[in-house]
Write a protein that binds this ligand. Structure first.
Ligand code: SF4
Length: 632
């Protein structure tokens, strides 16, 4: 009997309107565990490389891990995996909240959806029973309205709903998926994949959470984690959430501003949580069983009415809608955030696209006429709300902007391509590779494109890192301090090793705000927790192998889709100097970056073209992948 998981994967074919249950054995769960690894397994098994994200043959996989949903802080996330409408390669994205636990309580570890429903539907999963229900009356509704109706018509306010708004239905290429109206599987366009399948939502409810192997030890670990958080002092994260970060980033001139021209934004204080705490704070929120409650809801009546049910802007949103665009009006930024959650738009890509359009406008590449009469100047707060509305509905210029930076640049021509900041088609999150140099490798080589959650960031091994933080890297064998802007072999090794650890946490769907390397829960405690839940005798080595397996499966799929080492390169702006602030002049040297790539390929077991070597695939029990990708 499995502990911590059911051994059951729900399969759904929307074209046929059929569902069935696939049972998997312990060997499968130990090899893939959940999250992005389990999702990648199903994508590789079912999708022919090169399949368009919106083709009904694409699949979309929803689920947590073998430990998701146990009452331990941070063990609460779930992942969604598919082909990305932005990159054309494989994509996974995690979300916090409560949905992952509830899916398990409803009787399944994961859901694999294929095909396309002939008309809008939603899935209703209630204690193992599955229904594909009509969603004609929900289509066109924002996420909150759809959630309310689903709960009401199924007679239970405790139903957890994951779904899309109009941006997903209109297949905006960076539409996201929301649960609880504020937790997003944000990146890469997963909401658009749901829209392409006419799948509005997945509602889950249940009382069938699997038993854990050692309930007393799980309780003891949970209590010890809570104490560790108290001792560690989650101070700023608890008080301000990540919204306190713009001021910190700006103080070291690494807050992406004006479409990445500079790292210094003179109005950073106006778009920080410190400011909205004084004016529109509406309460603390968090995920299942987590004492940190790092999410901060906001509300307002004017100049914009802002509904606190949609949460509040976190760091990435404040930067993307704020400093990227030069907009310092916190009301406009907070309203923009609320609209993104209502319509199901990724706030990072939305802000990045608008900032890119502003840059094109200021450089004479996009005219006022092209922009439906809007003046797309940096800092013009009055355009933010209308642009988000247009993007979500694909109206006027919104239809162009809904395509994402890479495709917009291809349409506007070579001059705009110099201003386009993305890797593989995924717009940049708000961390500056010209300052934190290993992020260049993270953005360039991570299979989903520019991803800031792919590895540890450079400040934690910099000479200035507090010992307490740097010490948490020592169990990985990382003992030496390296300067922030160093991209030599030591830094490449730091990236390589921590990328495997981060990928491991993604496969376990555990919140990185709780775990080492950057937070107090250490690796031994993680292993103990997995053992207590599953009854296995695991090790950090076994768990890390799962993380590496995910990365290699994704890399192999992207290679089979036609991606080459050229897709690991950075956009032109990263090789241009930052324009102002203390980091003025910082840039990434092309030759140094190429050398770092070569070192990384060797460390990772990839050949000189960036393809995983057969020996590496065999070492990770992935010898089936090559044949499978050829056969698909
Ligand atoms: S730290 Fe924040 S994001 Fe992470 S589990 Fe806790 S409340 Fe959720």
């Amino acid at each position: 009997m499995p502990y911590g998981y059911h051994g059951k994967i729900l399969r759904v074919d929307l074209s046929k309107g059929s569902t069935w249950v696939e049972e998997k054995d312990e060997q499968f769960y130990r090899r893939y565990m959940g999250g992005g690894a389990l999702g990648a397994y199903y994508v590789l098994q079912n999708v022919k490389p090169g399949t368009d994200a919106f083709d009904p043959q694409n699949v979309i996989v929803f689920g947590g891990s073998v430990v998701t949903g146990v009452r331990i802080a941070g063990f609460t996330r779930h992942s969604v995996t598919s082909v990305s409408p932005l990159t054309g390669g494989i994509l996974d994205s995690e979300a916090g909240g409560f949905w992952g636990r509830e899916l398990k309580a409803a009787g399944y570890d994961a859901i694999v959806v294929e095909g396309k429903a002939p008309k809008p539907v939603y899935l209703w999963i209630n204690d193992g029973e599955v229904e594909i229900k009509d969603a004609g009356h929900l289509w066109g509704k924002v996420t909150g309205e759809a959630q309310d109706i689903i709960r009401q018509e199924n007679g239970d306010q405790r139903i957890r709903v994951l779904g899309i708004g109009p941006a997903g239905e209109n297949m905006v290429r960076y539409a996201c998926i929301l649960n609880e109206l504020r937790d997003a599987n944000g990146r890469g366009g997963l909401g658009a994949v749901m829209g392409s399948k006419n799948l509005k939502a997945i509602a889950v409810r249940g009382n069938n959470f699997p038993e854990v192997a050692d309930p007393e030890t799980v309780k003891k670990i949970a209590r010890s984690f809570v104490k560790k958080f108290k001792d560690f002092g989650t101070g700023r994260l608890r008080q301000l959430g990540t919204g306190g970060t713009p001021i910190a980033q700006n103080s070291t001139s690494q807050l992406p501003t004006h479409n990445w021209k500079t790292g210094y934004f003179e109005n950073a204080d106006k778009i920080s949580a410190q400011t909205f705490h004084e004016t529109m704070f509406a309460g603390d929120e968090g995920c299942f069983a987590c004492p940190v409650v790092c999410k901060k809801a906001v509300k307002a009546e004017e100049p914009y009415k802002i509904d606190p049910r949609y949460g509040g802007p976190e760091y990435e949103t404040l930067a993307a809608l704020g400093s990227y665009t030069g907009i310092s009006d916190i009301n406009a930024v907070a309203k923009g955030h609320e609209l993104c959650n209502k319509y199901s738009l990724d706030t990072i890509s939305t802000g990045a696209v608008i900032a890119f359009a502003m840059d094109c406008y200021e450089n004479g590449i996009l005219s006022k006429e092209d922009a439906d009469g809007l003046e797309l100047k940096f800092g013009n707060a009055s355009v933010l709300v209308p642009l988000i509305e247009k993007i979500a509905r694909r109206e006027g210029v919104g239809d162009l902007l809904a395509e994402g930076v890479k495709r917009i640049a291809a349409k506007l021509g070579p001059e705009s391509e110099k201003l386009a900041v993305h890797c593989k088609g995924l717009e940049f999150p708000a961390h500056e590779p010209r300052v934190k140099r290993s992020l260049a490798l993270a953005y360039g080589t991570t299979p989903i494109g520019a991803d800031h959650m792919a590895s540890e960031h450079d400040p934690n091994i910099a000479p200035t890192a507090p010992d307490l933080v740097a010490d948490r890297l020592k169990p990985l064998g990382i003992n030496e301090r390296v300067e922030l802007d160093d991209l030599g072999s030591k830094k490449v090794s730091f990236f390589y090793q921590t990328s495997i650890i981060y990928s491991m946490l993604t496969c376990l769907d555990i919140c990185m705000f709780c775990m080492a390397p950057s937070r107090p829960i250490n690796y031994n405690e993680l292993v103990d927790a997995v053992d207590a839940v599953t009854g296995w005798e695991t090790s950090l080595l076994e768990l890390a192998k799962v993380g590496e397996r995910r990365l290699l499966m994704m890399r192999a799929f992207n290679n089979a889709c036609g991606m080459t080492k050229e897709d690991d390169l950075l956009p032109p702006r990263m090789h241009e100097p930052l324009a102002s602030g203390d980091t003025k002049g910082n840039k990434i040297d092309k030759k140094e970056y190429r050398q770092a790539l070569e070192t990384l390929y060797e460390l990772s077991g990839w050949d000189e073209d960036g393809r995983p070597r057969n020996s590496k695939m065999i070492a990770l029990d992935l010898d089936w992948v090559g044949e499978r990708l050829k056969a698909n």
